[in-house]
Design a protein around this ligand. Structure first.
Ligand SMILES: Cc1cc2nc3c(=O)[nH]c(=O)nc-3n(C[C@H](O)[C@H](O)[C@H](O)COP(=O)(O)OP(=O)(O)OC[C@H]3O[C@@H](n4cnc5c(N)ncnc54)[C@H](O)[C@@H]3O)c2cc1C
Ligand code: HEM
Length: 403
């Protein structure tokens, strides 16, 4: 891209800041009209609740803002590429996205999108597409080289379903072909693909692996999402909750950048809200099985005891391992909770456990809803924890940018 074209891209920053989401909203509608088959590949829940259009608008704006040196975005692009790899996005699909994005810029921004601006955005888009395609090529190659791994979708049989709380069920997934499965880092996720009858579409979603690696199966634990009227109930989580043992679903191989560092001996502080406890369980179990046995503190918050999944298993692990300390916060407590003195009433407040969590060299992992992550992140910063020791995962398109 030449310097004049870079200036033209920069000139579009104000309009992208003001109307980026109008652009991406229009873009998705346009692309799905011309390519209805892509509705099977995208998360139609994130389309309806607007989270994906925000994620794409943020990415387009960040690219324009860093057009002089896009290499500073490599961390963000790795996160997007990892999600793309787990959804089996292919190089030839960049042409489809490019065509509809550039045409949308012209149609949404009207006269502001002059021919030179459209030409500059075309060059800029395909330069970004090249970076992403190469990055993803590397991810696909690295992934398929791992023993037991695979690219794309593979069929797994749900051999066991366990109710973990009033709204969370675990699914034990065994490969239908009976062959080896790939190891993973605790904290990583898989994408699941199921047919949603009401939408008449295949739909993918991500679910964190909720146990330590077992060569026989993967375990995921899914919360049944109830929509708040007038929004519908969650499509895939409800489809999963209606599954029976013996049913078959497709999954992609483990992926994700939110995971424990291999062989690290640093103490661990796990902070989870609601179903955000799933990657923490995998981290905890893996740590217990490892020789390092890092000091681990787990702070968990949820609405009340009835939705506190894995409560008994965690208590049992605590008995077994003296290096594990836990703090549980319930929004609503019962008299029994108060008597047992095991829970703290209210939302997670890290200041209440600061004497236990401020450990030298500790690594802090946060997972939960967007507001939960922001609150805990700010609390850690207030407690003088350094940014580079804090890691977090959103259970949706990555919209938070704290580090
Ligand atoms: C890396 C990662 C790991 C994850 N791990 C887990 C896990 O371990 N366990 C787990 O349970 N989940 C996990 N998730 C979340 C999971 O992927 C799904 O997002 C979740 O199950 C909801 O999917 P759904 O299809 O049931 O809901 P969707 O149908 O996608 O709906 C999502 C929400 O949007 C709302 N909505 C729908 N239409 C509208 C509308 N028009 N306007 C406004 N809102 C609307 C719905 O009511 C619902 O609340 C993870 C996500 C990621 C990205
Ligand atoms: C340069 C081009 C592209 C950019 C900048 C881009 C950007 C993004 C971003 C920011 C996300 C959200 C990541 C997250 O979950 O955190 C995402 C997810 C996704 N992208 Fe792309 N993408 C590009 C190309 C493509 C292409 C070519 C396809 C295939 C048609 C594609 C399909 C998807 C899908 C299916 C998701 C998941 C959506 C969801 O879960 O709602 N993307 N992309």
């Amino acid at each position: 891209m030449n310097p004049q074209q870079k200036e033209l891209i920069k000139a579009t920053i104000p309009i992208l800041r003001a109307s980026g989401e109008d652009l991406t909203n229009y873009f998705y509608a346009r692309m799905f009209k011309h390519h209805p088959e892509l509705r099977n590949m995208f998360n139609m829940g994130n389309q309806a609740n607007g989270r994906q259009k925000s994620a794409l608008a943020n990415a387009v704006l960040a690219y324009a803002e860093n057009i002089e040196d896009p290499s500073v975005l490599i961390g963000v692009l790795k996160g997007i590429g990892t999600k793309h790899r787990s959804l089996n996005i292919q190089p030839e699909q960049y042409k489809i996205v490019g065509t509809h994005l550039i045409d949308s810029i012209g149609e949404v921004f009207g006269e502001a999108a002059t021919l030179p601006i459209l030409e500059a955005w075309t060059v800029a888009f395909y330069e970004l597409a090249d970076i992403m395609i190469n990055l993803e090529k590397g991810l696909y190659e690295e992934n398929v080289a791992k023993p037991g791994s695979w690219n794309g979708w593979r069929k797994f049989v749900i051999k066991k379903i366990v109710e973990e709380s009033a709204e969370i069920k675990s699914f034990y997934l065994y490969p239908e072909d009976g062959k080896q499965i790939a190891d993973f880092h605790p904290g990583q996720f898989i994408s699941v693909q199921v047919f949603v009858t009401e939408l008449n579409l295949l739909q993918p979603r991500q679910y964190s692996l909720s146990s330590t690696f077992n060569p026989e199966y993967y375990r995921i634990s899914v919360k049944k999402e109830s929509g708040i009227a007038p929004n519908p109930n969650g499509w895939v989580s409800n489809t999963m909750h209606s599954k029976s043992e013996g049913d078959v679903i497709s999954i992609s191989s483990p992926a994700g950048l939110f995971h424990l560092e291999k062989d690290s001996e640093n103490p661990l502080v796990l902070i989870s809200g609601g179903v955000g406890l799933t990657p923490m369980l995998s981290m905890l179990e893996t740590n217990l099985n490892s020789i390092q046995n890092k000091k681990t503190i787990w702070i968990h918050g949820c609405r009340n005891e009835s939705v506190h999944a894995f409560k008994d298993q965690i208590s049992a692990l605590k008995e077994e391992a003296n290096h594990l300390e836990t703090f549980t916060f319930y929004d609503a407590v019962t008299p029994e909770n108060v008597i047992s003195n095991e829970v703290i009433q209210g939302r997670v407040d890290l200041h209440k456990c600061k004497d236990s969590i401020l450990l030298e060299e500790a690594r802090y992992y946060i997972c939960g809803p967007e507001m939960f992550i922001k609150t805990q992140y700010e609390a850690l910063i207030n407690l003088n924890v350094s940014q580079e020791n804090i890691f977090y995962e959103e259970f949706g398109p990555q919209l938070i940018n704290l580090n």
